[in-house]
Design a protein around this ligand. Structure first.
Ligand code: CA
Length: 229
């Protein structure tokens, strides 16, 4: 099956260029010139991924992203935002709106296709994951919940994503840069020390259950999730 990518972009030349690159990569492009057309397009069959321009006439890309996230049919469809330089400051808002990744204009279609493939791969991993249990800690992938035994753990969204990544990639060491890439989607505006902050929070979340030792520091390398001390 071809992956169907919805391209929401008001500039026809960019839309055409992206559609051409998608076809070459064996993917199908669906066009929308504004938010209204995008909503019509997703109402029928939700696409596999949405490429969303930040600056659109009428409803902005950011507003549209929030709306797509709020609707059950499109809540899990990955979104890659296309932004112009100088719009970086607003990216934090984008993260909160649930955007999966960003590509800054002007971009090469090669880079864009690589990002699309990476995001599609991540979302497929999520679907296939289901429930995982390691060392007394369990995550329910589809429900985005974590449990210690039968007790549900209160966990923040970023800590959950981090934990989910660790548990689906246990026993391997990841550098801060790799964790940024996998968990934060390689967003350039997140600094590496952000990883340390969220690792600390994740350990604090697991501490009352005596499970914080699962998240291990590997000196000079990064972090690892392991049931072996
Ligand atoms: Ca635009």
């Amino acid at each position: 099956m071809h992956k169907r990518i919805l391209v929401v972009e008001d500039e026809a030349s960019i839309r055409e260029m992206v559609a051409f690159a998608l076809r070459k990569a064996d993917m199908e492009a669906i066009h929308a010139a504004d938010a209204r057309a995008a909503l019509v397009a997703v109402a029928d069959t939700p696409p596999d991924l949405i490429l969303l321009d930040w600056m659109l006439p009428g409803m902005t890309g950011l507003e549209l992203a929030r709306r797509l996230r709020a609707e059950e049919r499109t809540a899990d469809v990955p979104i890659i935002m296309l932004t112009a330089r100088g719009e970086e400051m607003d990216r934090v808002n984008g993260l909160e709106a649930g955007v999966d990744d960003y590509v800054v204009k002007p971009f090469s279609t090669r880079e864009l296709i690589a990002r699309i493939k990476a995001v599609l791969r991540r979302s497929q991993d999520d679907d296939a994951t289901g429930s995982i249990e390691i060392g007394g800690l369990r995550i329910d992938g589809p429900a985005h919940r974590a449990y210690a035994g039968d007790v549900q753990i209160e966990i923040g969204p970023t800590e959950y994503r981090l934990l989910h990544f660790f548990m689906t990639h246990a026993e391997r060491v990841y550098s801060r840069a790799q964790l940024l890439d996998h968990v934060w989607g390689g967003s350039v505006y997140v600094e590496e020390r952000t990883v340390d902050v969220h690792i600390r929070r994740l350990r604090k979340t697991l501490e009352p259950f005596g499970l914080d030792g699962l998240v291990q520091t590997v000196r000079g390398s990064g972090y690892r999730f392991s049931a072996t001390p």
